[in-house]
Design a protein around this ligand. Structure first.
Ligand code: ADP
Length: 190
């Protein structure tokens, strides 16, 4: 492909972002770049980065913009990403990260920032229903509040640059996928 698809995806915990990222990979052949997965990989491998990141992640804080920007910049420069495009998941999480991303990609480097939108009460109900160990009422509320605080300004940042597209994440998984794929096709003109 001469102009591979380049996306950022946002969504509350429980919005189904993981599944829908897989669908984007299947449909468009893009590389899924999850900063959370990369950091957990570094922790598991016991690298210098992993050692630094572990305490920060355990405390539920954000890894510094400099560190995470460096990791993402290196990943974006790799051949597979250059060739197949990407969906960035978990990044950018701050306005400074969004600025850094646009610096790396250039002004027309992103086709869209997708917000997979599922209302707060629905994601809360979904997380309670799946009943994972960390899905206590308090834990759920805290993570969702943090998402709101962190991510809302970044969504606004993309909206101001006319890059934000919202996909309704309510309904059957396959319906959501259809909506997502058609939104991406029109944003990327493919
Ligand atoms: P969650 O959505 O539960 O926060 P992630 O897998 O996206 O899960 O991230 C796990 C942890 O990794 C975060 O809590 C944070 O410490 C770190 N992290 C991931 N992405 C970033 C980022 N873009 N900037 C700073 N820290 C990040």
């Amino acid at each position: 492909m001469t102009n591979p698809i380049r996306l950022v995806i946002f969504g509350r915990q429980g919005a189904g972002k993981g599944t829908q990222c897989l669908r984007l990979v299947e449909a468009f052949g893009v590389i899924h770049i999850s900063t959370g997965d990369m950091l957990r990989g570094a922790v598991a491998a016991g690298t210098e980065l992993g050692l630094q990141a572990k305490a920060i992640m355990d405390a539920g804080d954000l890894v510094s913009d400099d560190i995470i920007n460096g990791i993402v910049r290196e990943r974006l420069a790799m051949d597979d990403v250059q060739e197949h495009g990407f969906v960035l998941d978990g990044y950018p999480r701050t306005a400074a990260q969004a600025e850094a991303l646009v610096m790396v990609l250039g002004d027309h480097g992103l086709h869209a920032a997708v917000d997979l939108d599922v209302p707060l009460d629905e994601v809360t109900a979904r997380m309670k229903a799946r009943g994972r160990d960390d899905d206590t009422d308090e834990g759920i509320a805290r993570r969702l509040a943090l998402y709101e605080q962190e991510t809302r300004p970044v969504l606004t940042w993309f909206a101001e640059r006319d890059l934000l597209v919202t996909v309704d994440g309510l309904g059957e998984e396959a319906e959501v996928t259809e909506r997502l794929l058609s939104t991406v096709r029109s944003a990327a003109s493919v």
